[in-house]
Design a protein around this ligand. Sequence first.
Ligand code: CTP
Ligand code: MG
Length: 221
Amino acid sequence: GRSAALVPAAGSGTRLGRGPKAFVEVAGQTLLARSVAALAPHVDEVLVALPVGTELPPGIPARAIVGGETRQESVRRLLHATAAERVLVHDAARPFLPEGVIHALLEAVLDTGAATAALPVADTLVRAGTGEQAGDTGCWGELVSRENLWGVQTPQAFLREVLLEAHAQARSQGHTATDDAGLVARLGGRVRLVPGDARLFKVTTPGDLALAEALARVWDG
Ligand code: CTP
Ligand code: MG
């Protein structure tokens, strides 16, 4: 069956503070161009959701639609703009996407109908507690076991029908989530965890952009 990459890229990049994030450059190439270039060789078509009033820059092998107010709404619109059997949803804000992760996801989705890149949590986890002063929540509360805890990344792969149904349910129930696999899991759907990659971090803050600049030197060769 046909496959499509769906790239939500319609965010405003508030935390980064450099305007719409998809158009921010890392070592001379935008986050959007990098993400699309990684996906395009592995799918039949690439669709991107852009901020209203913006255009797809030349040379990016994708079809553009206008995104929504939220990431969830942007993905929902992307889903309705393709007829592909399998979809790979990937944040434009994660520009370093190894091809092994794509292959693993496209295979895993045939088994369960949904799969996401994810990494076992490496840091010690703690829930913040209250200090001596009222309202001070910056103190060590209790340790949280990191056993079986994974950090969820994108790409996430789905049979399109499965994700369409999850979005339809979420929308009618007024439920919002930060990612698509969460919407499927919420309905009892199985989501395979596929090993992601540390380089798949999301460029969110100015510090992440510095990290991306450094990584680009190695990645671009
Ligand atoms: N996104 C989208 N439509 C929205 C909001 C976000 O397509 N209405 C996309 C972003 O472009 C990004 C991905 O979802 O590729 C992850 O979102 P995030 O990292 O939060 O990006 P922004 O929303 O742009 O950043 P911020 O939250 O700091 O404003
Ligand atoms: Mg956001």
